[in-house]
Design a protein around this ligand. Structure first.
Ligand code: BG6
Length: 477
């Protein structure tokens, strides 16, 4: 008897802009990922005003899945995946985002990809928008700060739901929709919502407005999707990093809980179909003048998601300040404290397998819907041995410990878990830094941070290990 049910979804996760390349192929338009330069651990990615000559844009060519999907899907099949999470690049379907008619070449590309995956009995799991909205919508409408973008997104969702209704069953609307809440930094606001904040704007108000329009668009998409195919399973996708109190001081404990409530309020909106009471009060107190209509509230209630997809990499610690506001809300300034009990990755991400069990339980208690871990993994520098092999025991270790906690959550805690798709199953461009050498894959891709390499694929030690895990349905770790 294994802990995981029959039909448990074992997969790998990627996003179109981080692995497809072919940024202009088949009539594709420029996305927001196409105007982000390469960075690294110390250097932030820059957002340029359109595509500028002489800049290094790592997402343009990425790892060229666009031309190599046949070969890569074969590797995923060898690995034993029964599902594969990727996204549809919005700009392949609507290059500018506001066209009347979709781009047939883009639609055809995903037909081919989904057919190829299905021919290997690999079920596609599709995110509609994963950090890659059309750049034109940023320039012309200011990104998601405009209500008009709801219509463009709904049209895009309707076209792809309709086109792939017999090929794709599992969908998610917006990737890590809540990133912009917890961090409020330039990168999150741009990648989540195509927002470039003007000097005279209240960043917080703009973010809440954009996130609201996205939530409404998501709820409309859920309703339309269910009408197109009642068997569709449509989830939200949130970035989960549990927040622990720095000490047992009740103020720290309440601070941590309030930070969780604010970081995951979009899960309330998408799963329960309503804003949490404390946030409605916060909106009133701050007179943000948000455009949240009664009709919108009905839409949210009618468009609740079927499941929660979430990413989990690390946990966080916070503490209350001496002059903590009475509501304990300090959007984006959450006094992050180092957790002295945990090790960190080379990028400073705290490694906390138990945090995954905590996250699964937190979601499960609060929302009572099925859960799907659609990202988890260890970004690391890999070294090629003299014999050409990569012995990535650190990655195996990370994945093993996390799967073990996930197993306890299912077996001991009774959490309803649909599946597990580790992030970047094949090496790809990092979203945060634009690096190739922050590698997550069990499949190595020969390309470095300067964009040099043959793009040849090879199996790391973690490939054989994960294959064995899948074959035993999670028993043999
Ligand atoms: C999640 C994103 O935030 O984490 C992915 O959904 C991203 O797009 C992943 O790649 C890992 O982050 P990074 O910055 O290491 O690529």
């Amino acid at each position: 008897m294994t802990a995981f049910p029959k039909g448990f979804l074992w997969g790998g996760a990627v996003a179109a802009h981080q692995f497809e390349g072919g940024w202009q192929a088949g009539g594709k338009g420029v996305s927001i990922a196409d105007v982000m330069t390469a960075g690294d651990n110390e250097t932030k990615r820059r957002i340029t005003d359109g595509v500028q000559s002489g800049e290094n844009y790592p997402n343009h060519d990425a790892i060229d899945y666009y031309h190599r999907y046949h070969e890569d899907d074969q590797l995923f099949a060898d690995l034993g995946l029964n599902c594969f999470r990727t996204s549809i690049a919005w700009t392949r379907i609507f290059p500018n985002g506001d066209e009347e008619q979709p781009n047939e070449a883009g639609l055809k590309f995903y037909d081919d990809v989904f057919d190829d995956l299905l021919s290997h009995q690999i079920e596609p799991v599709i995110t509609l928008s994963h950090f890659e909205m059309p750049y034109h919508l940023v320039k012309k409408y200011g990104g998601w700060r405009s209500r008009k973008v709801i219509d463009f997104f709904v049209k895009f969702a309707t076209v792809v739901f309709d086109r792939y209704k017999d090929k794709v069953k599992y969908w998610m609307t917006f990737n890590e929709i809540n990133n912009q809440v917890g961090m409020m930094n330039e990168w999150s606001l741009f990648t989540n919502s195509g927002l470039l904040i003007k000097p005279d704007e209240d960043k917080e108000a703009v973010m809440f407005q954009a996130a609201h329009y996205e939530a409404v668009a998501s709820a409309l998409a859920v309703q339309i999707g269910h009408r197109i195919n009642p068997d569709f399973q449509i989830g939200c996708m949130v970035a989960m990093g549990p927040v622990y109190p720095a000490t047992p001081n009740p103020n720290d404990v309440f601070k941590a809980e309030r930070t969780m409530q604010t970081n995951y309020y979009l899960a309330d909106v998408q799963v329960k179909g309503k804003y949490p009471a404390f946030l409605d009060r916060y909106f009133d107190r701050h007179a943000f003048n948000l455009d949240i209509t009664l009709e919108d509230r009905d839409v949210l209630l009618a468009g609740k998601v079927d499941y929660i997809g979430f990413s989990y990499y690390a946990s966080h610690v916070t503490e209350a300040s001496q002059d903590e506001p009475t509501d304990f809300i300090t959007m984006g300034h959450n006094r992050e404290v180092k957790n002295s009990t945990l090790q960190r990755s080379d990028w400073g991400w705290e490694i906390d397998p138990v945090g995954l069990r905590y996250a699964l339980n937190w979601f499960s208690d609060r929302y009572e819907v099925p859960l799907f871990i659609v990202e988890n993994g260890f970004g690391a520098f890999d070294k090629i041995n003299q014999d050409g092999h990569i012995q990535d025991d650190y990655r195996i270790d990370y994945l093993r410990q996390h799967i073990n906690q996930m197993r306890l959550a299912v077996e001991v805690d009774g959490v309803k878990l649909m599946g597990y798709t580790p992030w970047g199953i094949i090496d790809l461009v990092s979203a945060g830094t634009g690096q190739m050498e922050k590698r997550y894959g069990v499949i190595y891709v020969d390309k470095d941070d300067q964009g040099k390499g043959t793009l040849a694929r090879s199996k790391k030690a973690s490939f054989d290990w994960f294959q064995k895990v899948i074959r035993s349905n999670g028993d043999d770790l």
